[in-house]
Design a protein around this ligand. Structure first.
Ligand SMILES: Cc1ncc(COP(=O)(O)O)c(C=O)c1O
Length: 389
């Protein structure tokens, strides 16, 4: 059953909850976690990127399929350790001294992103094994804010300098064992990944001649899903066999999917506050950009669907939030049956980069999160969090 239909089947219980709130389908989450893990694991080790959704209850479900954890902050590392993820990677362009020290205590494995960071790691955690993130200079043709693998981006060490970086790390006494890259997010084709993997393999081969023995190539995440429909998404299966062949038995591959695992399972539910008509029609809801920022930040086009049935006249309207910013919208030019005040709307595919990007902007509360369990029960998995006043 699609998320929309699952939500509609529970309209009565959902309408009793304070809006806006996130709700995740346990069934869909498990489907995607299983598919991701089972398809990628024959080709390598699979790590879930916590940044997409770090609710502990969601993490528990994901971890149960066998995923490791991919973290980008000290707190993500702490949570992953607390949740007993079997292996933890720690990437990020600006790790602090404190975060590096704590990573050691949590047994997290660091992917370093600059020469100065490598030097600092060698002082704080001498002789440890590390990965180094390279910037392969490949454009994955995605939104400019989620492209990370070109020379324009701040991430990783530019390809031309990466060999020296590995040799330098070795000289400091560290053991560089992993080449890391992450090309960006919402990638649909294999070609950028294959190109970057070939670059990494060549680099690893060259490094072995210089006495640096690379064991793993971490290909990052970025596998896309279409926000326009339930079906289109990155084809993991062909990809897994292709990259496995390329890496042969020489290197162990690592993957760090985030969005692909959780996006489809979640929706944010909002209530219609007011309708305004004029040369442009607006449906004003109680879901602001503080609750869900993806449309404002990335121009993401999520499907907004009506959970309350209406058979009235058709209208085309912008569905907007209550915040004093013109960027505060959920979707533009949505064709729908004119809703009534109090009707529930669902923004679909909001399971990834939804709650994790929520804020208290305008002194608003961060929304609560619920899990729609497989047996149909709806349980709160996080209270709403309001700022101190
Ligand atoms: C280093 C790293 N790995 C993995 C991911 C996960 O990306 P996605 O959610 O697109 O799979 C990100 C996201 O930005 C990232 O920065």
């Amino acid at each position: 059953m699609s998320l929309k239909n699952e939500l509609k089947a529970h309209i009565k219980e959902l309408s009793e909850l304070e809006t806006p709130f996130y709700v995740y389908s346990e069934k869909i989450l498990k489907q995607y976690a299983k598919k991701t893990f089972e398809t990628l694991s024959p080709a390598g080790e699979v790590f879930y990127a916590l940044k997409a959704n770090a609710n502990p209850r969601i993490l528990e479900i994901i971890r149960s399929f066998g995923f490791g954890a991919d973290c980008v902050s000290g707190n993500e590392v702490k949570l992953a350790r607390k949740m007993n993820f079997r292996r933890i990677l720690f990437s990020g362009v600006g790790k602090t001294e404190k975060e590096i020290r704590e990573a050691k205590n949590s047994n997290a494995e660091i992917n370093a992103e600059s020469l100065e960071e490598i030097e600092l790691i060698s002082e704080l955690i001498p002789k440890s094994e590390i990965g180094i993130r390279i910037n392969p200079g490949i454009d994955a043709h995605t939104h400019r804010y989620i492209t990370t693998g070109t020379e324009e981006n701040k991430f990783g060490i530019p390809l031309a300098r990466s060999e020296d970086a590995f040799v330098f790390a070795k000289k400091t006494g560290l053991e560089p064992v992993r080449i890391h890259f992450h090309l960006g997010s919402q990638i649909f084709g294999q070609s950028a990944f294959l190109e970057a993997l070939e670059i990494a393999i060549n680099l690893a081969d060259e490094l072995s001649e210089k006495g640096v023995k690379i064991r793993e190539i971490d290909m990052g995440g970025g596998f896309g899903i279409s926000y326009e429909n339930d079906k289109s998404e990155f084809l993991l299966s062909g990809f897994a066999s292709e990259v496995k062949n390329l890496a042969s038995e020489k290197y162990v591959l690592l993957f760090e999917p985030g969005r692909f695992v959780v996006a489809r399972s979640g929706a944010i539910i909002t209530r219609v506050l007011y309708r305004k008509s004029g040369s442009k029609n607006f449906i004003v809801t109680d879901c602001g950009m503080n609750d869900f920022i993806r449309p404002a930040l990335y121009g993401a086009k999520h499907r907004v669907v009506q959970l309350s049935e209406r058979s009235g006249r058709r209208t085309v309207a912008d569905v907007v939030g209550p915040i004093c910013e013109s960027a505060d919208f959920l979707a533009k030019n949505v064709e729908m049956n004119l809703p009534e005040r109090g009707d529930l709307l669902a923004v679909l595919d909001a399971g990834a980069y939804g709650y994790t990007m929520a804020s208290n902007y305008n002194l608003r509360c961060k929304p609560a999160e619920y899990l729609l369990k497989e047996d149909g029960e709806i349980v709160k998995i996080r209270e709403k969090i309001c700022p101190e006043i």
